[in-house]
Design a protein around this ligand. Structure first.
Ligand SMILES: N[C@@H](Cc1ccccc1)C(=O)O
Length: 502
């Protein structure tokens, strides 16, 4: 006959004459009692053993009892204290006795309430008279505590157990004791020879149809084992990162902006007070599209933008005093930054009138004719954002960045003054790469100039920024080359394994 391994072991350990407890078999086989119990019941189903059950009282000591085991019962200590204080048959002041016994707190009351009951002496009007021949060494309760500690509660009388339970010194519970005894059939099978059935690690169609599944032993699951990697579809890690950024910004009270990737230069550059002869507006930096120009620009904004470029804004404003042509403003480019969205939203074109406070963000692509290297791509994601409020300062800007980047564990931000035609003051942001230790530029920001805001019809302060999503990703995940993170040169292994939680 073939049986699973544990059943064979239990069968061989069992005896026909002498029922053995599951615990003793488990100890002998060095297996868990639960596994032996399971095997015993399976063997019983086969008629090879009988499992007998009985209940047994188990007694355990409470914490209080454990301390008495160390220090002695309080009443015994009181008795010894009384003898030490000189009361061998004579009465002694209670205070003296307690002092000599070393008892304090609740232990004093416990001692006093058991002292007379157990014949250690008399307590009367503040005096204690110990019984000269009381024998603390044979104190039934103290002896019982020792026996229970040794696992021999059977030798303790029922009366003493009841007394200990009343004193909360023991806990009694019932437990089921199972013993295994070989049946005649079991003896016969054992003599005929029992073999260990092979373990099977997967259920097959053959096992099912043949009915053999009943007899084979299935190996246990190892939930800690390494499983093969499965390369199924999953979110791009940069997408997950974008979602996480979005969660953070929405949590900070921002609303999302959306808008065209290919847009009129008007929204990309002119509204940002970028002079039309600015180097960033050449094809060295941005991609122009060979498509018809934008048909209509909103008249009033167009006029005010033109005038800001020519004469500036305010009483002593300074424009660029250089030519400004609508034709160039209507040319369609791939946006070199998503600040075009901020211009659109601020103009009210997208959202209607905006009263402060307002907070907007976008996580969209920008396109630049850059040289591709470990920190530059032609297409990348910008985390654009702006806050419109009554009074804003550089502190608000720095505080917002500190709060934002903290959510990603970046706490060592650095700020460097820079220049943008559309912000004053302006700051570049830097963070340290966790692997290379290099200080990496992660964003650009500032407070929008009146030359930008007035033509858009904004009378309040607006602070704004453009942060690089890929650079944030590199700081968070330790990726060292932007080309591995996103784009046509991406590292597939990185895409398969990188975990970005959001
Ligand atoms: N447009 C800037 C970022 C920026 C946005 C808004 C204000 C200031 C800076 C860039 O692309 O680098």
């Amino acid at each position: 006959m073939q049986l699973p391994e544990t059943q064979v072991a239990v069968l061989e350990a069992a005896s026909a004459d002498d029922p053995r407890t599951v615990e003793s078999i488990a100890e002998q086989l060095d297996r868990k009692p639960a596994a032996v119990t399971r095997a015993a019941f399976e063997l019983e189903d086969e008629g090879l053993v009988a499992v007998h059950e009985s209940t047994e009282e188990s007694v355990s000591l409470t914490e209080e009892a454990e301390t008495y085991l160390e220090d002695g019962l309080p009443e015994v200590r009181l008795y010894e204290g009384a003898l030490d204080a000189g009361g061998d048959g004579d009465s002694v002041q209670m205070g003296q006795v307690i002092g000599a016994s070393g008892l304090d707190g609740d232990a004093v009351d416990i001692a006093l309430s058991n002292f007379a009951r157990k014949g250690y002496g008399e307590i009367d009007s503040g005096e204690i008279t110990p019984t000269p021949d009381a024998d603390p060494d044979s104190d039934a309760e103290a002896v019982a505590l020792e026996s229970i500690a040794d696992g021999d509660s059977a030798s303790v009388s029922g009366g003493t157990l009841d007394q200990l339970e009343r004193r909360d010194l023991i806990e009694r519970s019932e437990r089921t004791v199972r013993s295994v005894q070989l049946t005649d059939a079991g003896v016969t099978e054992l003599m005929a020879g029992v073999e260990t059935a092979q373990e099977v690690d997967r259920l097959t169609a053959e096992l099912l149809t043949s009915g053999e599944w009943r007899d084979v032993e299935f190996s246990e699951y190892n939930v800690a084992a390494d499983a093969p990697d499965i390369d199924g579809g999953r979110s791009h890690p940069l997408r997950s990162m974008a979602e996480r950024v979005k969660d953070v910004l929405v949590g900070m009270g921002f609303e999302e902006m959306h808008g065209p990737h290919a847009d009129a230069e008007f929204w990309i550059n002119d509204c940002l007070f970028m002079p039309q002869d600015h180097p960033a507006r050449t094809h060295w930096d941005q991609f122009a599209l060979d498509v018809p120009p934008m048909g209509e620009l909103p008249d009033d904004v167009r006029e005010r933008v033109e005038s800001a470029h020519r004469e500036g804004v305010g009483e002593d404003g300074q424009g660029y005093h250089s030519p400004w042509g609508e034709e160039m403003a209507r040319q369609i480019d791939l946006r070199g930054h998503t600040t075009s969205l901020s211009a659109r939203y601020l103009s009210g074109l997208a959202e209607g009138d905006l009263e402060p406070p307002q907070r907007y963000f976008s996580i969209e692509k920008a396109y630049r004719n850059d040289e591709i290297d470990s920190t530059h791509l032609l297409e990348f994601f910008q985390i654009e954002g702006w806050v419109m409020a009554e009074d804003l300062s550089v502190r608000d800007l720095m505080g917002t960045f500190t709060e934002f980047y903290e959510q990603f564990g970046i706490t060592d931000l650095r700020f460097k003054p820079t220049y943008n035609p559309y912000t004053e003051p302006s700051f570049e942001l830097f963070g340290e790469h966790p692997v290379t230790g290099e200080v990496v530029e992660i964003g650009n920001s500032g407070i929008f100039r009146p030359e930008m805001l007035e033509p858009l019809g904004i009378e309040h302060d607006v602070m704004a920024w453009g942060l690089a999503l890929e650079r944030l990703m590199m700081l968070v995940t330790g990726a060292e080359d932007i080309r591995d993170v996103h784009g046509t040169l991406v590292d597939l292994d990185y895409l398969r394994t990188e975990e970005v939680r959001y």
